[in-house]
Design a protein around this ligand. Structure first.
Ligand code: DGI
Ligand code: FE
Ligand code: FE
Length: 193
């Protein structure tokens, strides 16, 4: 079956709706996800599409994200109401399907869960989650050198390390922790015991 999208077109669309810094990040996630897919012997173009679209709702206003959720019966938790930037993942999956013609549920899940992760993530979900954190444009996260290396050696351990560092950071910066981030960390901790 012919796919309804092309990488070139999706790149152009992202360039149009994202500010230059975000677009640079988007390209970084695209090719880092591709590199991880190569490393683990998986479909490279699916990884590119998921990487390209993962932040397609990042440059909308909070108000717009909330209104897209309300209009389309996408549920919003109280925590998301207080931290509407978190909704860019869910809204991104919605737009990927409705606006950019993506039907593959693995790609849509990878976009939907890229910020908090979820217990039992599939391969594409994990590589977008990890690529988002390690792409070359990211400079400030702690342990980046180690996590970048780990990503190409043991994907699950990289997921866990990213969650641990993110939750640590949220605790020191008074960020509200989404129960899904916590559940994901627990799941990967137990899995890797
Ligand atoms: O959209 P990006 O900036 O590329 O990356 P992202 O979607 O992973 O978002 C990163 C931000 O999300 C980072 O500042 C940490 C934050 N984050 C991740 N999990 C949680 C969270 N923020 C809150 N408040 N709660 C969480 O559980
Ligand atoms: Fe994001
Ligand atoms: Fe991102």
């Amino acid at each position: 079956m012919k796919k309804a999208y092309s990488l070139k077109k999706l790149r152009k669309s992202m360039e149009k709706i994202q500010d230059p810094k975000r677009y640079e990040h988007t390209l970084g996630v695209e090719y880092t996800a591709a590199a991880l897919a190569m490393r683990y012997g998986r479909n490279v173009s699916d990884a590119q599409v998921a990487g390209l679209l993962h932040d397609c709702a990042k440059c909308l206003s909070d108000q717009k994200r909330l209104s897209i959720c309300k209009k389309n019966q996408i549920s919003i938790s109280d925590l998301e109401k207080r931290n509407p930037f978190l909704l860019h993942a869910k809204v991104g999956a919605y737009l990927a399907k409705e606006k950019y013609g993506i039907q593959d549920p693995d790609i849509l899940n990878a976009i939907q869960n890229h910020t908090t992760g979820r217990p039992g993530m599939g391969f594409l979900e994990k590589i977008v989650f990890v690529a988002d954190y390690i792409e070359p444009g990211r400079k400030s996260a702690p342990n980046l050198t180690e996590i970048r290396k780990l990503a190409f050696a043991d994907l699950d351990r990289a997921v866990l390390k990213i969650l641990e560092d993110t939750l640590k950071y949220l605790q020191t910066s008074d960020g509200e922790i989404d129960p899904m981030s916590e559940k994901t960390r627990c799941y990967y901790r137990e899995k890797l015991l």
